[in-house]
Design a protein around this ligand. Sequence first.
Ligand code: CDP
Ligand code: MG
Length: 754
Amino acid sequence: KREENKGRDRFWEMKGSKMGSITGTTQAENKEAAENAQAAKGRDDDRPDVVGADGEIDFKAGAKFAEHMKGSKASAQSEFAKTKTIKEQREFLPVYGCREDLMHVIRENQIVVVVGETGSGKTTQMTQYMHEEGYSTFGMVGCTQPRRVAAMSVAKRVSEEMGCELGKEVGYAIRFEDCTGPDTIIKYMTDGVLLRETLREPDLNMYSCIIMDEAHERSLHTDVLFGILKKVVARRRDFKLIVTSATLNAEKFSNFFGSVPVFHIPGRTFPVDILYSKTPVEDYVEAAVKQALTVHLSSGPGDILIFMTGQEEIETVTYTLEERVEQLMSEGTCPPLNVLPIYSQLPSDLQAKIFQDAEDGNRKCIVSTNIAETSLTLDGVMYVIDSGYCKLSVFNPRMGMNALQVFPCAQAAVNQRSGRAGRTGPGTCYRLYTEMAFKHEMLVSTVPEIQRTNLGNVVLLLKSLNVDNLLDFDFMDPPPQENILNSMYSLWILGALDNTGGLTKLGSKMVEFPVDPPLAQMLIKAEETGCSNEMLTVVAMLSVPSVWFRPKDREEESDAAREKFFVPESDHLTLLNVYQQWKNNGYRNDWCNKHFIQGKGLKKGREVRAQLMDIMKQQKIPLVSCGQDWDVCRRSIAAAYFHQAARLKGVGEYVNARNGMPCHLHPSSALYGLGYTPDYVVYHELIMTSKEYMQCVTAVEPHWLAEFGPMFFTLKESHSSMLKSKAKRKEDKAKMEAEMQAKRDEEAQLQEAQ
Ligand code: CDP
Ligand code: MG
């Protein structure tokens, strides 16, 4: 097996084509794939089929293989990364072979679309090429990423390649974290950060070039940036825009920007065998664990990559796999396996682990969200196990808000996933769904985020960029009109827009805060309600990952520790309480450890708080404190969240106060199981898993709801008044739409007159 693998490596080196071309590499690519396939022949017999719903794993076969594995290296990446210098690694990447051609096209054109397989070096190399070509002498080279993790990890890698300290010449910026300095010439950032920068400097004068990376992902912010950057290019002749895409749907990008050239980086991918489940899988979490074990015990070297939808599942898979491997190891029937989770909320030092070589060359098994679909390049993966599902934030018109929901992936997405197995050599992808499901139940490509989510933030931003009529904005795929109107309606409820859809004073203040509109509104209004100091902490704590530490095996102990902080009527105030106690204890880390609290999370919360406080100062919003008067705080929370209220109905059951949809207290809530169930609550967000759960809940008085949300609530909610308020709501919305239409007509007349 080892010999075979060596041969494959050599083959791979030989195949590195040195030619680049502007279009039409498809044929060459096909030929290459066919040649690669030839090399992979003869391996087909010894591969196990995917585990179905009731599939069993033959551990005996595994035991034999374990013998074989002893002393052999399972991580295919290690050899290459260890033995080659950084320079050699850089020169080995496919993009290096066509560097001159690529730079030529960029010199000749202001906008270029670049297409290349994941791992061809787009993200890490193109910024450096631009710098080396001198573009950084009159501005920074910026590169946007839809995901924070990618921005951070890539910046770190590039700083290593350039031999400088992260944050100096090479830096990154994500929300609430700016790791750049006066020397920074290459800056990685999330697309959201760049979008905010256009507010301050519409021409982006500090940049000579922007690489919009991962454009195929069509994140909300990337889609908005498309329209904005297109204008920047028109205004600034010295500005370069590069749009990269991992897939071949680049024509659309090219057309949007006016038929700009598309540059293809020749691929160097290996064929991937795709194995489908024979029967529908009932529990893909369990099936993934089984399949990973089967691969580990009976397949040759190479790392495993498992795709799950979110943190909870990832933790379950990680834990279960570790447990089973440990058990098998104690029986002496299994080699060690390094199981590594990755998701956006994972602390960054743990995230970095997935890029490190496994100790002793053990096989790695990375369990990931769709973050590893294209944003992260993981070398050495030869087996992909795909659940076929992902979590998407989707606007739910019935609830009038976004909710995170699990959906089947699109065909394009699962094909990207399987491609991850073919980077180092021929690979295998185990799909935990049937071929029928792939063909008939999956969409061809993912619906762009802009067409499926609430656009509250984006609408606010565009309004303050003086895009008055959103229906006229240059969108690649315009959001449905209904979506825009719904988003405008929710901003109107918060007082950010007036009846003609114009930005109010409150609205323009809200834009300044890099948080969701309701939270921004809560901060601004807390001056009036008398507790801006406390709300500042609450908003900061809501903007960082959960601070509760709940280690496996010590669940009860940590739950008990957590309960000590509970403010029985509010999860928001429980967060405030933790923060205040931490502060009273000198912001000490050992205090956190003692109480099962993530010190890092609190520290981050403190940083975010400081940043938000700066914005409050700039906006001249005074800090006022209510001391420990929890009722003042709860009223302030009600003022921001009244549109997300629920009413008690039966024992422990709530229904949404606006539309009667059932929703539940989450078992982790301070209000859960304490024998205290208030009549009315407001919640921070809704999570749809097995049920609709309200996340982060606070008990409120009904008259507060009536006070802050007169468009929804009147004090005595008899059936008739409910109908009345419903009618009023309809009337308000119609009125607003009519006023807006009138404004549009007026503008149209004006234009005609001109
Ligand atoms: O952007 P693209 O998918 O085309 O490739 P890339 O992210 O620039 O990755 C090129 C190479 O850089 C990969 O093969 C990895 O070996 C290496 N890399 C790394 O070691 N650590 C990272 N955080 C990112 C990339
Ligand atoms: Mg990339």
